[in-house]
Design a protein around this ligand. Sequence first.
Ligand code: 6PG
Length: 484
Amino acid sequence: MVEAVADIGLIGLAVMGQNLILNMNDHGFVVCAYNRTTSKVDSFLENEAKGTNIVGAHSVEELCAKLKRPRKVMLLVKAGSAVDAFIDQLLPFLEKGDIIIDGGNSHFPDSIRRTKELEEKGILFVGSGVSGGEEGARFGPSLMPGGNPAAWESIKPIFQSIAAKAPDGAACCDWVGETGAGHYVKMVHNGIEYGDMQLITEVYQIMLEGLGLTHDEMAEVFAEWNKGELDSFLIEITRDILKYKDTDGEPLVTKIRDTAGQKGTGKWTGIDSLDRGIPVTLIGEAVYSRCLSSLKDERTRASKILKGPSPKFSGDKKAFIAQLGQALYAAKIVSYAQGYMLMRQAAKDYDWKLNNAGIALMWRGGCIIRSAFLGKIRDAYNNNPELENLLFDSFFADATAKAQDAWRNVVAQAVVMGIPTPALSTALNFYDGLRHEMLPANLLQAQRDYFGAHTYERLDAPGKWVHTNWTGRGGNVSASTYDA
Ligand code: 6PG
């Protein structure tokens, strides 16, 4: 009989899986490794895992036999049908109370479905966001587990010990919420990642085209920014990327084809925001910007047809660079506020009790969007867990107020120079829209009623929907009112 020696099993020995196993081993857990192509198990045990307590299995049955009860099996396989296929293979060898954890970038509706389907079979499902790339997996990722809450006590010791630690020592991992909440929060994380990256590329283009800075000069700017309120992983790696030279001494980044790839998690966030009616405009623009970048051939033709101004800045460059930093900071605040608005709505829709401060803590270290700034978001939600909007917190309200002159000037100058700033400017437009008690949607409602008898609500009679016969030619019959 096979002895149950392992604390957890892990399926999928690509680099993320291998590194998570090694990380768990470092923290004193015995891991049983399995991979569909079993030769990978052997080579892992003979190489990377040599001299560790890691054990291997050559079948799903053997893997399950080697696990202590309740069994915990973590999947790090391609999101989609592969996850369902492995769940089906595991089920005959699991018992009630055993736990399946999906650590891939799964779409949250799949995690909602899997939690429910497995609950009916007595199996506890966890869908966990894992962020931080290869290095994070090896030395401390940000982990965002959600699913069946009954699983949390059993996996908590493993998850919290292998997770990254915030500067105050707190683990960047906590229970996110029920069913698909973990993967939902990871999806929003990725959307915010798209937004942060887009903002950085916009200030890069302004410094490059508008200010004519060299890559080394820009690296200096990012190095400075990384010492202040913009201190973050993405600013730090941008500094290093800008400095990096190709073999001929030229900055390598200038030789990279300007078409952005994407695996789809930013798009999911954008689509989800449209479905819920929450204006997550910055992430939307970040996704569209990647789409526009990939139309390289059409842009090349357009560059020869469409006219624009010459992108040359005249003025105090040093002062403008400081303003760029402020614009970046303010737009980033808006992006996180939008992300939190979306999570708030999803929590209402699915009856999740999301811990907003906890989410900021999970993102504080280990993940791609890690930054000092997330400590401020955690403080805001700790001060007021019911905070309606991040921008209403006094720290963030003051920060945007302080930055806004610079932010407006940067967007205005970019417009004059003809340099695109979709994310910087949509954030400013959102900010201005949000702070307007009155928007011109009164006129829009009148138009809808004019051409389609869609009715409108009078300010002096809330809740009363009326139709006006605007032309005298239409009838008094109105269409029913409805909202998408
Ligand atoms: C992370 C990242 C990761 C993501 C890649 C690529 O948190 O470690 O978000 O999960 O898949 O960064 O994403 P795109 O290919 O969509 O840019």
